[in-house]
Design a protein around this ligand. Sequence first.
Ligand SMILES: C[S@@+](CC[C@H](N)C(=O)[O-])C[C@H]1O[C@@H](n2cnc3c(N)ncnc32)[C@H](O)[C@@H]1O
Length: 235
Amino acid sequence: MALIFILAESALELVPKEVANHPSVAKYAEKLGKKPTEILLDRSYHHEAMKRLSCPEKRGRPDIAHITLLEVLGTPLNREALLQTYVHTIDDRVIKVNPAVRLPRNFERFKGLIEQLYAAGRVPKSGEALLSIERLNLKELKEKVNPSKVIAFSTVGKPKTLSDVCSEIAEEENPAVIVGGFPHGHFRESTLKIADEVIRVDKEALEAWVIASRIIYQYELATGLPEKRLWQARL
Ligand SMILES: C[S@@+](CC[C@H](N)C(=O)[O-])C[C@H]1O[C@@H](n2cnc3c(N)ncnc32)[C@H](O)[C@@H]1O
């Protein structure tokens, strides 16, 4: 029994060809000694270039995946290997995250690692993969992981408390939860279609990492994990 966590439509992608020659991108890539199409799109540096892209409000925020991954991978649920984590990207790639991976705390180092992942398809290049990436849309990911139930979290969903949602999914064999890895805007229709329920848990739009860590904590409470871990405590 494990919880499948999917950060969906994440604002994580390499610089697209159509803005690769923009001065803000070319200069930044040169500083790093890389080709523009080998670096991650990042609004902090590529704001001007991004004005040319479609849906710019949903793109160029790799920090969302970074912070969310640090949050979810550090949880007791993940330490117990009861969490399967996937990052689906805005351009339909899926990063499979090994629960044992220790990601860089430093954001620039995280970006370097993800750029390495894009180049090689997996990290490290040999041995057990800690991160691997493949072209996959969310429907294909759902077919692959075969969850017993899929809950998507969105401010346009049906209102329900997180504690109620998590008590329900705690009864499931392998439920999946979907959180948006983008700063603004809403899920695509195709994302909403793969969900059994779309749930709103607050009156405001909260950050993805806040929602992610609260889902996992409530799920831990609903499955009795804190008690189980306490009585096994090692001093
Ligand atoms: C910064 S929000 C994205 C903004 C988007 N305008 C929205 O309303 O969902 C990032 C993600 O956190 C989750 N989220 C944020 N606030 C939420 C809420 N009140 N209820 C349910 N999910 C929420 C959703 O999965 C959302 O895609």
